[in-house]
Design a protein around this ligand. Structure first.
Ligand SMILES: *Cc1c(COP(=O)(O)O)cnc(C)c1O
Length: 387
């Protein structure tokens, strides 16, 4: 019997090694891995530059403290702010900490400008913002919150895509609207650009902040963030998962205006932004910022789309809808998603489910077209089996 607290329904398989798009078991079986640590190993397993970076940094310095200047942290923050909407970054260890930091920053801003009553956040049904108490009750998914009361107050939830409900939920106490640009656990549902624009306008009109949770979508769409193609500028953006390439790393990005309340002592983390994590975060950016890298992600995303569409056209009774952007994709299934995932696994391909009977596909950004082809062959086989 395992001595690990039973909070996971694990698959009975374990991996010894990973390389790029593949995972290997201890008996040498090879799996095409489109889970990639749930969208974390954004450059695949054991990317050479990441391996070398962590080797080098581990011999130099692991951890100091945020009581001192951390040069790799300064560097990563500078790069992220130079390339994105943000003026400041605060580093965390996970996605849920990044979303919590976002909530704190939003509330503190209104406290700072003399409107402390503005402290409530509008969130959406089906959302996922992490597993700490505030993040749990922000998303308010009964499957996750049951038994963990008392409820953390301060969130007003509305149905996804219900524009009227959003308007109705806004009051003098609303500080922010928080939404995932691409709802991940909720089933890879992309907020359309016109909705993002509408949200931005609404926030401006009502003097509230827009928090876009890009913990799952950052770096994956062929831009830094999924919201970029809409042209809007959010106020606060929590990111994590892929930005550490598989190393635990989260961050909260914020504009200068909204950062006003976050003065020394208002927030902190023992590990957040330590030299080891920062070295890896910088190494991920080294690769992503290479010329035409994002362009290649868009191209591969397009290629992936075309292939998935062909399978869907052949098997309209199996695949209902293709969702997602770039290399964050979801298939809404007509057949049971668990069954499809199980069968794919027997064909040596790993995927992971989401709500709404969706299967999520997270190829690494370094994926080759031949590997995408291989995934099409495997998915095609399972479609045939289930037809
Ligand atoms: C995974 C996820 C989180 C939580 O991240 P953890 O690193 O698991 O704490 C928060 N928001 C979104 C959108 C996520 O996908």
């Amino acid at each position: 019997m395992s001595s690990i607290l039973g909070t996971y329904a694990r698959k009975d398989i374990s991996f010894e090694e990973g390389k790029g798009s593949y995972l290997f078991t201890n008996t040498g079986e090879k799996y095409l891995d489109f889970v990639q640590g749930i969208a974390t190993n954004i450059l695949g397993h054991c990317h050479e530059h990441l391996v070398n970076t962590i080797k080098k940094q581990s011999e130099k310095l692991w951890h100091t403290s945020n009581a001192f200047v951390i040069s790799e942290q300064e560097k990563l923050a500078k790069r992220l702010t130079e390339k994105t909407f943000a003026d400041f970054v605060c580093f965390q260890n996970s996605g849920t900490e990044a979303t919590e930091a976002s909530i704190k920053i939003a509330r503190k801003y209104f406290h700072k400008i003399g409107k402390p009553e503005k402290n409530r956040i509008i969130t959406f049904q089906g959302a996922f913002h992490g597993r700490t108490l505030a993040a749990l009750f922000a998303a308010n998914n009964p499957k996750h919150t049951e038994g963990f009361g008392p409820k953390v107050d301060g969130f007003d939830q509305v149905p996804f895509a219900d524009h009227e409900a959003i308007k109705k939920a806004i009051s003098d106490k609303t500080a922010a609207i928080m939404i995932e640009t691409i709802m991940g656990e909720g089933g890879i549902k992309t907020v359309p650009d016109y909705c993002l624009k509408g949200l931005r306008d609404l926030c401006d009109e009502k003097n509230i902040l827009l928090i876009l949770d890009e913990v799952q979508s950052a770096y994956r769409t062929g831009d830094f963030f999924a919201f970029e193609k809409s042209g809007i500028v959010p106020d606060i953006v929590p990111i994590a998962k892929g930005i550490g390439g598989g190393f635990p790393l989260g961050a909260c990005l914020v504009t200068k205006k909204v950062s006003a309340g976050m003065t020394p002592g208002t927030h902190g983390s023992t590990f957040g932004g330590n030299p080891l994590a920062m070295a890896v975060g910088n190494a991920v950016l080294d690769v992503i910022l290479e010329k035409d890298f994002f362009k290649s992600v868009k191209k591969k995303g397009e290629y992936f789309d075309q292939g998935l569409k062909k399978i869907k056209e052949k098997h309209p009774n199996i695949i209902e809808e293709i969702r997602g952007v770039g290399l964050i994709k979801g298939l809404k299934m007509s057949v049971n998603n668990d069954e499809f995932i199980k069968r794919l696994m027997s064909h040596k391909m790993l995927t992971i489910k989401a709500s709404e009977n969706v299967i999520r596909l997270f190829p690494p950004l370094t994926v080759k077209n031949e590997e995408l082809d291989e995934s099409f062959t495997k998915m095609e086989k399972v479609c045939q089996e289930m037809s």
